[in-house]
Design a binder for this molecule. Sequence first.
Ligand code: SF4
Length: 257
Amino acid sequence: MLNLADSSPVRAAQADALAEKARALNARYRHHSATAVMEGALRDAGEIALVSSFGAESVVLLHMAAIIDPATPVLFVDTELLFTETLIYQQEVSERLGLRNVQIIRADDIAEKDPYGALRFSDTDACCHLRKTVPLQKALAGFDGWITGRKRFQSGSRAALEFFEVEEIADGPTGRLKVNPLAHWAPEDVRAYMEENRLPRHPLVAQGYPSLGCAPCTSKVAEGEDPRAGRWRDQNKEECGIHIVDGKLTRKGAEDK
Ligand code: SF4
């Protein structure tokens, strides 16, 4: 692990080495499938975890991981404010796919900092930071990289999304790889993969929730609306801040749906 904020020659060399590793992996896998990228990441990129919300589209990467290596570490952040359906789906999917290393991540200071679950009413960014970002970053500290479900079609800022990126962390001790095996996938690719492999859908998708997060911050989406319109509806907030760009937490990097 390396500190990209440290400007010493050794650290700079390590940062260059990590960037070169990402470039080499992108060159090697440029014309490969999502499954090949996933397999390559797990085999060639060091200690890699799949971060999954067990949301609307998560089952695709979970299925790939289960086929490649059922012992792949899967990190699931339980904010303690998720839908009950998500918690049940997480257990059912993990069991059905035979995933053997699902790690449930929770913040250890919720009782102290948000004992009544009211922080979200005054500051959703602080709530996401407490319940999602901090515990995930702690959990990722032992890994060289992580796999996400981000895709190019999800926003203009991801139009050039690569399979392998370098994640810099402003106030943390590490830089690590971020792997996006589905970068090139369109919505119909996701649907087709689920149908061809007869994968179970999150039960709330059929009830009007094409994108799922915490229960208090997720509402139904009407026909024709953006799939993510139900996340933090009526608030100037788009993301939970789990993704980090240029060393800063950003709202633009969505977790998998
Ligand atoms: S999505 Fe809402 S409830 Fe969940 S952590 Fe963020 S602000 Fe809190």
